[in-house]
Design a protein around this ligand. Sequence first.
Ligand code: AMP
Length: 134
Amino acid sequence: MLKAHLIHLISRLSRIRHTMTDSCIFCKIVSGEAKAEIVHRDAQVTAFRDIHPVAPTHILIVPNRHIESVSALETDDEQLVGHIFTVARKVAHEEGISRGGYRLITNTGIDGGQTVFHLHVHLIGGQRMRHPMG
Ligand code: AMP
């Protein structure tokens, strides 16, 4: 009985966490509450320049809806994930880095190096990069 109650509580809490936006900097950028240099915005995603760029082009593409990470994605989000990549391709073209190539990275969870827990794809380019596997 107590176990069932606890499982129910944990499931409710994780859902609340999934939609919580108050303290999320990327939710604030999406809503306009926090400043960012936005390069693309539509009904589903927003793309803006990273505050600490690691290359001449460093843009983050985020879903407008708060999704914590890849681990929190659901089957219904498949179209959204595809759209993020379509926007990445469009922004890369506008940035003039399509021909040279670019890198798309999504860090997931603490061990994956994620520091902002709102799903995002880094679009990085404008220079030749070392292969991440060495
Ligand atoms: P990650 O470590 O993969 O979660 O990436 C988070 C990224 O968000 C880092 O590259 C940060 O530089 C970037 N970042 C954090 N705060 C802001 C902000 N207010 N505006 C733009 N980029 C940000």
